[in-house]
Design a protein around this ligand. Structure first.
Ligand code: GLA
Ligand code: ZN
Length: 671
């Protein structure tokens, strides 16, 4: 699938802010020269340029942007054109104060910063729509322009009276009557019962924070509100040219909006990736960012665009470390291995001032190309050109992990277990790593109606606390039809209103798993338990959470070593229909999951995408039959290849022993 049909090639480039350099035409000229030298073929522009594009209310100035785009196009550089709604001009905040946000403490924000708009403000929506329409009319048909970049990193919430009313309207639409809302929010608790819609206010530290059902609904509302803003922008630009696709740039580990739902509002998913390499364990970091990439690919089950990454260091972490030699290529190509059709950066050139003047850039304040970073970037550009033949390849998965935003919210709002530290994301990651280290491709799916599990051999559903849309039926059918399901503690506890199921849990699946979950024990931080495998096959450490099972008819594969539930089942498997349902009742250490999923994959007939034996820390990831061998081990490694391959980066044929340096990378295709 072509993300950018007007230029169906790997994109290389990044955020470019010519609007900060309008008084330096020499620098703007030189930029294009340097871009060509760095094998840059595309830049994202005008992301924060509103104050230059509309210096006064209703007065547009596009002449500078005309020149910038023409100059880029003459130099063979394509453009991802942003709509500037991520930050607004001072005059607008002054003239239309309603465009600014109100925070959850009901304080009205002042002009400043970015991402500080009220999403329901009619004035803001009108100004954005007019700006987007004007941009589209002027540039949608320009041959340089290949994609719309709507706004920037949508996030946050507004508590102004208008947004409060929008929340109430959303609730009315969802529940129909107050009676129904009272029922679904269990408002008998602490006298929360509402007798008039106007009494409902969004969760706030000054008001209600103990209604989990309301809090989850608030996140759903915020998602829908953001989607309606995105769709307003999308429709404005596509009214002019429906063929020019739109994207929004998303973020790693982002919690606030349901990205699976949000991705439905755009044509293309893109995201901004900022791993902290070299902080002690690059293998763990590699797993984390592989998962981030796979989530992004999964949102639309399609390739994605890496919209931002740093060419060297960032400026906003406590420790802004440089990338070691090799890491820029390795981490850029990791994105490609997992389905990215681009490597793009924040930022092309460092500004002279402002909060990001020291953020890594392709071009430093020094201004020339003879730098280490420029050479690293050029290498990535050249490498992407060599990968052109695999542009249309993609990763294929037989394993699916369920990662659901609404479940995530429900877990985080639940006051139980390890309060506020149930670690859903990291738990999903530790399961993911069990496949990633083996070189097995994983898709992520959520619990929307459209999710289809039938194409997978293995489904892993860690901590699926909330079931929605009858998802338990899908899991049941999956196992019945021969699939291998792995679930964990804290599964099937609440329904989609975040109301506890009455009766045995995991809800609707106790016959599939062969037990009922009885109690959840939370360990103190210093406390440990152990999982002891049957037949002396090993002992693994348990921390955080232990669930006690009752009425167990499943086969017990491992038991607890300590506490009053010593000897009771901790790891079980149960045959159901043609398949198997495994259950891991406690939070068991990473090594267990690595060992466990080796066996599970073999059992379920899922093989790694690369059939050579590799040293630990050299991780394969594949797009069709092209494998990216990535050395995240922080050591030099020797890899023994028993088959013959084409080395795509060096255009040679390789077999036998290969020495991979620290942060080394090989891209291989069997010959
Ligand atoms: C985000 C933003 C960029 C920039 C970078 C810095 O991803 O989208 O504008 O601030 O962070 O890393
Ligand atoms: Zn508002």
């Amino acid at each position: 699938m072509e993300l950018t049909p007007r230029f169906p090639h790997f994109l290389h480039g990044g955020d470019y802010n010519p609007d900060q350099w309008l008084d330096r035409p020499d620098i703007l000229e030189k930029d294009v020269e340097l871009m060509q030298k760095a094998h840059v073929n595309c830049v994202s522009i005008a992301i924060f340029a509103w104050a230059r594009l509309e210096p006064e209310d209703g007065v547009y100035d596009f002449t500078w942007l005309d020149q910038v785009i023409d100059r880029l196009w003459k130099g063979g550089i394509h453009v991802i054109l942003a709509t500037p709604s991520g930050a607004r001009p001072a005059w607008m905040a002054q003239k239309y104060p309603e465009v600014l946000r109100v925070n959850s403490q009901y304080q009205k924000m002042h002009f400043g910063e970015r991402h500080n708009h009220c999403p329901s403000s009619p004035a803001y929506r009108r100004k954005v729509r007019e700006m987007d329409t004007a941009l589209a009319k002027r540039y949608a048909h320009h041959p340089a322009v290949i994609l719309w970049h709507l706004s920037n990193e949508f996030s946050g919430e507004c508590h102004c009276p208008r947004c409060q009313q929008a929340f109430r309207d959303w609730l009315k639409e969802k529940y129909g009557t107050l009676e129904e809302l009272n029922k679904c929010w269990w408002t008998g608790f602490w006298s929360q019962r509402y007798t008039d819609w106007s009494q409902v206010e969004a969760p706030s530290p000054l008001g209600e924070v103990s209604s989990c059902s309301m809090s989850v609904d608030w996140q759903r509302f915020l998602t829908d509100q953001c989607k309606s803003f995105i769709e307003m922008e999308r429709d404005a630009v596509q009214a002019v040219d429906p063929s020019l696709k739109v994207t929004v740039n998303m973020m790693e580990r982002f919690w606030g909006y349901d990205y699976f739902s949000m991705a439905e509002s755009v044509d293309v998913v893109s995201w901004d990736s900022y791993p902290s390499w070299h902080s002690g364990d690059d293998l763990a970091r590699g797993a984390e960012f592989a998962m981030n990439h796979d989530i992004m690919r999964s949102l639309k089950d399609a390739p994605f665009i890496l919209m931002e990454s740093t060419p060297s260091q960032v400026n906003w972490k406590p420790h802004n470390k440089l990338k070691e030699p090799g890491m820029h290529l390795l981490s850029s190509m990791q994105a490609v291995a997992h389905g990215s059709q681009s490597v793009m950066y924040f930022q092309w050139r460092k500004g002279r001032g402002g909060g990001e003047m020291f953020h890594g850039a392709v071009v430093d304040h020094y201004g020339e190309s003879d730098t280490r970073v420029f050479a690293d970037v050029t290498e990535v550009g050249e490498s992407l050109e060599k990968l052109e033949p695999i542009y249309h390849t993609k990763p294929h998965a037989e394993v699916c992990i369920i990662f659901d935003w609404q479940n995530r919210w429900a877990i985080d709002y639940a006051q139980t277990g390890q309060k506020g530290a149930m670690n859903y994301f990291d738990t999903v990651l530790s399961h993911y790593r069990g496949f990633w280290e083996q070189g097995i491709t994983v898709d992520f799916r959520d619990m929307r109606d459209c999710t289809d599990l039938s194409g997978y051999k293995i489904v892993v559903a860690p901590m699926l606390f909330m079931f929605r849309n009858g998802f338990e039926q899908k899991l049941r059918r999956f196992v019945e039809n021969g699939g291998t399901l792995i679930s964990t503690y804290f599964t099937g506890v609440v329904d989609e209103h975040d109301l506890a199921y009455l009766g045995p849990t995991p809800h609707g699946l106790t016959d599939v798993f062969g037990f009922r979950a009885a109690e959840l024990d939370a360990l103190f931080p210093t406390e440990k338990n152990q999982l002891v495998l049957e037949n002396g096959q090993g002992t693994y450490e348990i921390t955080e959470l232990c669930e006690i099972l009752a009425n167990c008819t499943a086969e017990v594969k491992g038991t607890y070593q300590r506490n009053f539930y010593q000897g009771q089942p901790c790891l079980t498997v149960h045959s159901f229909g043609k398949g198997k349902a495994w259950y891991i009742a406690a939070k068991v250490e990473q090594q267990f999951l690595l060992d466990f999923y080796l066996g599970i994959a073999k059992d379920a007939g899922v093989s790694p995408t690369f059939c050579e034996t590799l040293p630990t820390g050299v991780v394969p990831a594949s797009r069709d039959n092209v494998t990216f061998l990535q050395n995240f081990s922080m050591k030099e490694q020797r890899v023994q290849l028993t088959h013959t391959y084409h080395d795509l980066l060096h255009d040679t044929t390789v077999t036998g022993q290969q020495v991979m340096p620290v942060n080394g990378l090989l891209i291989l295709q069997p010959v």
